[in-house]
Design a protein around this ligand. Structure first.
Ligand code: ZN
Length: 417
C-alpha cells in the first residue's frame, strides 16, 4: 500500500534532513555478532560455510542467557544506527548445555525479547524448530542446544511465547520456522507449516543456501529442498525462504506462483562464500524480496539491500538487472515489515539522514531515492524513531554506552576478549 511515509523526502528548514521510512532486517541471528572479525584467517579454519559453522557451534556452547541478551542488545543497537527499526530474529538457541531445557523453557527467547526492548527496536521472534544434524549425521555437541524432542514441544513454546507477548502488552510478534530441510524432516516441516497456516503466522525456513544442502536433500528424498516444499504444499504467501541462493528456474517460478517471499542476506552470503542468488529472476517471477543481516558479518542496511542489485550485476555481467532504487526501498521497508508480520506498522517508523553527509551531498531532489539507496552509508543516519520514540540521536544509539559495556562483559566472560 502506497503511503506518503514510504518515500524518501527532504524535510527541515533549510532542508537539511532527508527522511525515509525505517528499514526491516527480516533475518537475524543476533548472537553471531560475536564472530565478526574472528573468522577471517586461514588459522581459524573457517574456509567454507561448514567450517565457519563449527566456529559458530563453539560460540554457542559457551552462551548463557545473559550473554544472549548482551550480544543481541548490542547487535540491535548497531542495526538501529544503520537505519533498521524492525528485526526478525530467527532464534534457534533454546536450551542449556547438552540440550537440557531451562527450568523456564523460554529463558533464551525472553533474553532476545528483552534485548530488543532495551534497544527500542521492533521484534518478531521467529521460533525455529531444529531436530537433527542432517540426513544420516551425528549431532555436534553445540547443536544439542538447538534441538527439541518433537514438534509438539516447539508448538507449545510458540503458544507460550504468544502468551508472553500478550501479557507484556508489547508490539512484539511471534512467527515460526523450520530451521532447514537438514534440521527438520519433511513430515515435521509439514506439521509446522500447517500450524502456521491455521494460526495465521509467518513461516520462515533456510532454503538452498548451500549446494551440499541440496545434495543431501536429493539423497534423502530424491528431490531438492524447494521441490519438497512445493510438492507438500508448504509454499504460500506466508512462506519466507531465507537465502534461496541455489534455487533453479522452476523452483523460482513455483515460489513466485505461491506469492512467497525470499529473504536475501548478501553481506552474510558473501562472507560465507554461498554463491549468487538470481534476484532478477525472482522479481520477474513475482517473489517478494526482503533482506536480513543474518550473521551480522556487517551491519550496513543500505549495503544489505543495494547488494541485491549490485551482486546481480556481477552475476549477470550487466547493469540495472534486478531492481532500481524505488524497488530497493520497498524491499528494505514494506516487504521486510510484511515478511515479519508487521505490515500494519510499516510507515510508523522513520530515519533522518544528514543531507550534508558526504555520501549524499549535492544531489537534486528527483535523484534523492537513487542517491540514498545506492550511495548512503550508516554514517549519514542522524536520527531514528520507532513509533515516535527516538532511539538514535546525533548518529548514536541513545543507550549505546550501556549496550557496549554489556557486549564487552560477555566477550570477556567467554574468553573472547
Ligand atoms: Zn540464517
Amino acid at each position: 500500500m502506497w503511503s506518503e511515509k514510504m518515500v524518501i523526502r527532504r524535510e527541515g528548514n533549510p532542508k537539511n534532513h532527508i527522511v525515509m521510512p525505517g528499514m526491516a532486517s527480516a533475518h537475524s541471528h543476533a548472537f553471531q555478532r560475536a564472530l565478526r572479525g574472528r573468522t577471517q584467517r586461514h588459522e581459524t579454519r573457517s574456509g567454507n560455510f561448514w567450517s565457519w559453522r563449527d566456529q559458530m557451534f563453539r560460540l554457542v556452547s559457551q552462551l548463557t542467557p545473559d550473554d544472549v541478551f548482551n550480544l543481541a542488545r548490542f547487535a540491535f543497537c548497531e542495526l538501529a544506527m544503520s537505519g533498521v527499526t524492525a528485526v526478525g530474529e530467527f532464534h534457534y538457541v533454546h536450551h542449556d548445555v547438552g540440550g537440557r531445557p531451562y527450568a523456564n523453557r523460554l529463558e533464551m527467547s525472553e533474553a532476545v525479547i528483552h534485548a530488543a526492548q532495551e534497544a527500542g527496536i521492533r521484534l518478531t521472534l521467529i521460533r525455529a524448530a531444529y531436530f537433527r544434524a542432517g540426513y544420516q549425521q551425528e549431532l555436534h555437541e553445540g547443536q544439542k542446544r538447538f534441538c527439541d524432542a518433537n514438534v509438539d514441544e516447539v508448538l507449545r513454546d510458540v503458544e507460550a511465547l504468544q502468551a508472553v507477548a500478550r501479557r507484556q502488552n508489547t508490539e512484539d510478534r511471534i512467527a515460526i520456522a523450520a530451521h532447514s530441510i537438514r534440521a527438520c524432516q519433511r513430515e515435521q516441516v509439514n506439521v509446522l507449516s500447517a500450524y502456521a497456516r491455521r494460526n495465521r503466522l509467518l513461516f520462515h525456513m533456510h532454503v538452498s543456501e548451500q549446494r551440499r544442502e541440496d545434495d543431501e536433500c536429493l539423497a534423502e528424498y530424491g528431490l531438492r529442498p524447494a521441490q519438497v516444499l512445493a510438492e507438500d504444499g508448504v509454499l504460500d504467501e506466508r512462506f519466507v525462504a531465507v537465502h534461496g541462493t541455489h534455487l533453479l528456474p522452476d523452483e523460482i517460478a513455483a515460489m513466485g506462483r505461491a506469492n512467497a517471499s525470499v529473504c536475501i542476506c548478501r553481506t552474510t552470503e558473501r562472507d560465507l562464500g554461498d554463491g549468487y542468488p538470481n534476484a532478477a529472476a525472482m522479481r520477474q517471477a513475482g517473489i517478494r524480496l526482503c533482506v536480513g543481516a543474518d550473521s551480522h558479518a556487517g551491519s550496513d542496511s543500505f549495503e544489505e539491500v543495494r547488494a541485491i542489485e549490485l551482486d546481480d550485476r556481477s552475476r549477470a555481467e550487466k547493469r540495472i538487472v534486478a531492481a532500481e532504487a524505488d524497488a530497493l526501498l520497498a524491499i528494505a521497508t514494506t516487504n521486510g515489515y510484511a515478511a515479519i508480520g508487521m505490515a500494519d506498522v510499516a510507515g510508523q517508523d522513520e530515519i533522518h539522514l544528514r543531507a550534508d553527509d558526504a555520501s549524499l551531498a549535492a544531489i537534486p531532489t528527483d535523484l534523492l531515492t537513487d542517491a540514498v539507496m545506492f550511495g548512503a552509508t550508516p554514517r549519514a543516519v542522524d536520527g531514528v524513531k520507532v513509533g515516535g520514540k527516538t532511539i538514535v540521536e546525533g548518529g548514536r544509539h541513545v543507550r549505546y554506552d550501556e549496550a557496549l559495556r554489556g557486549y564487552e562483559a560477555s566477550l570477556k566472560r567467554m574468553g573472547w576478549l
